[in-house]
Design a protein around this ligand. Structure first.
Ligand SMILES: NC(=O)c1ccc[n+]([C@@H]2O[C@H](COP(=O)([O-])OP(=O)(O)OC[C@H]3O[C@@H](n4cnc5c(N)ncnc54)[C@H](O)[C@@H]3O)[C@@H](O)[C@H]2O)c1
Ligand SMILES: O=C(O)C[C@H](O)C(=O)O
Length: 329
């Protein structure tokens, strides 16, 4: 049976994450090996030529699932009929830039993109924001799209989740496939909280298996939370292939579901669960099924976790106040 192609819009398509992402989308790894896709690449005008170069290479791969590529600098065109939108392009923090300046500069990108999604995307649009500050950029885009259900706007913490899986696997001498039910809470920033208290390693409680609170507090959490900065320090550029990989994982899981007995981490609009203020886009443990997600309920949050979740959520609330003050939401 011939399937209707899914329209996938990628912003920042000429950037380094874009280059690591587009080929994997076109090969079927984002949605499934039997799902044809049409790509829309959104870039700023000076980067259109570079995006064209990437499109030429996509053509040269002759991907059977790739049914078209359109390149534009107009968000209204890029999001027209979009079923999946990966918002990767963002304004990086440059030397001397204050947090408020960064939020304002990104507001100038994510507000019009949110409006274009509101006005032109398909009814089933799913949005993943990768561009930093991802959670608050997602909030800005979501606020500009009042006709789209708020839960369709998500922010990427899957890279943090994957980083935490590997660190825990190394510590316990296991493989990532042995680990389930790990959670990233809060912001995609250094305040994020990777939580192993409900995780299992080969079926046994991870925190009890590790049995080393000092490692947890002084090594595991800072290693995961500061991994982005460590990659920048080592590579001289921010993570790209691993970020693209996490974007693929995030959307694939959202569309195709979490495995029985497991969950994942997604930045999603809070419904007030676990005392996280309603409306902020915070990372939670979620299960997914049939293209929808649900927050895992009923987890016991100990004192160690509570303080860390609260600290990250406080940062998100402050970012929300800042963008509110700037008239961005
Ligand atoms: N959430 C995460 O886990 C995570 C991980 C890694 C990187 N990131 C973030 O992802 C973003 C992209 O990273 P990168 O390494 O690809 O950066 P990059 O600088 O290589 O590419 C960004 C691209 O976005 C484009 N762009 C800028 N404004 C745009 C707009 N208004 N519309 C469309 N395109 C626009 C630029 O022209 C550039 O080509 C950064 O904000 C980075 O911090 C997030
Ligand atoms: O781009 C960054 O600042 C780091 C990135 O968010 C990452 O986690 O690798």
């Amino acid at each position: 049976m011939t399937r209707t192609p899914v329209n996938v819009t990628v912003t920042g398509a000429a950037g380094q994450i874009g280059y690591a992402l587009l080929f994997r989308i076109a090969s079927g790894q984002l949605l499934g090996a039997d799902v044809p896709v049409k790509l829309r690449l959104l870039e700023i005008t000076p980067a259109l030529k570079a995006a064209e170069g990437t499109a030429m290479e996509l053509d040269d791969c002759a991907f059977p699932l790739l049914q078209g590529i359109e390149i534009t600098d107009d968000p209204n065109v890029a999001f027209d009929g979009a079923n999946v939108a990966l918002l990767v392009g963002a304004r990086p923090r440059t030397k001397g830039m204050e947090r408020g300046d960064l939020l304002e500069a990104n507001g100038g990108i994510f507000k019009p993109q949110g409006k274009a999604i509101n006005d032109h995307a398909a009814d089933d649009i799913k949005v993943l924001v990768v561009g930093n500050p991802a959670n608050t950029n997602a909030l800005i885009a979501q606020a500009a799209a009042p006709d789209v259900p708020a839960e369709r706007f998500t922010a990427m913490t899957r890279l943090d989740h994957n980083r935490a899986l590997t660190q825990l696997a190394k510590k316990t001498g296991s493989t990532v496939a042995d680990i389930k039910r790990l959670t990233i809470w809060g912001n995609h920033s250094a305040t994020q909280y990777p939580d192993i208290f409900h995780a299992t390693v080969a079926g046994k409680n991870a925190a009890e298996t590790v049995n080393d609170e000092k490692w947890l507090a002084d090594e595991f959490i800072p290693t995961v939370a500061k991994r982005g900065a460590a990659i920048i320090e080592a590579r001289g550029a921010s993570s790209a292939a691993s970020a693209a990989n996490a974007a693929i994982d995030h959307v694939y899981t959202w569309v195709n579901g979490t495995a029985e007995g497991d969950w994942t981490s997604m930045g999603i609009p809070s419904d007030g669960s676990y005392g996280v203020p309603e409306g902020i886009i915070s990372s939670f443990p979620v299960t997914t099924k049939d293209g929808s997600y649900e927050i895992v309920q009923g987890l016991d949050i100990n004192e160690f976790s509570r303080a860390r979740i609260d600290a990250s959520v406080k940062e998100l609330s402050e970012e929300r106040e800042a963008v509110r003050g700037l008239g961005l939401i």
